[in-house]
Design a protein around this ligand. Structure first.
Ligand code: RP5
Length: 164
């Protein structure tokens, strides 16, 4: 199976990156986690992106906060799908990272999830890999069905409490 790379701009991003790693692990998708910064270690970020396909990766998650150029910088140097996670920061609440990540110029796509959207980033990568992996597609269907049951159970509890 192809691996997923989780790249973050700083070790301060680890709490969100860990959630993505945990969700990938639930599906048995192998991942690597790295700290590369578009601004502080641009050469390392570029080198990783250039070699990512040959290294066996099928998708890349890039998580960064503030002036979050990491996902775009990775996408500039690979044709693998790149999923960007804009991270919340204290001054602008993540809107800075959201706009920096989502507003890519035509030709260099980044699939941007919501602010701190680690679970959706991981699920999107699982969906990408599942296009050519039937067993993974079946795990996704089972996961979706289980999530649906959880919400139905919550609804039943609320209805039982309030609706008489
Ligand atoms: C970004 O700047 C990182 O992704 C991080 O979210 C933010 C702050 O980094 P630190 O100052 O905490 O290292 O590049």
């Amino acid at each position: 199976m192809k691996k997923v790379a989780i790249i973050m701009g700083s070790d301060s991003d680890l709490p969100v990156a860990e959630k993505a790693a945990g969700k990938l692990a639930e599906f048995g998708v192998p991942c690597e986690v790295h700290i590369f910064s578009a601004h502080r270690t641009p050469d390392a970020a570029r080198t990783f992106a250039l070699g990512a396909r040959d290294a066996g990766f099928g998708a890349v998650i890039a998580a960064a906060g503030m002036a979050a150029h990491l996902a775009g910088a990775i996408a500039a140097n690979t044709t693998l799908p790149v999923v960007g996670i804009p991270l919340k920061s204290k001054n602008l609440d993540g809107v800075d990272a959201l706009l920096s990540t989502v507003q890519m110029p035509s030709g260099i796509p980044v699939a941007t999830v919501g602010i701190d959207g680690a679970v959706n980033a991981a699920l999107l990568c699982v969906e990408i890999l599942a296009v050519s992996d039937q067993a993974l597609a079946e795990k996704l269907a089972a996961y979706r069905a289980a999530e649906t049951q959880k919400v139905l159970a919550k609804n039943a509890a609320v209805e039982e409490r309030f609706n008489h």
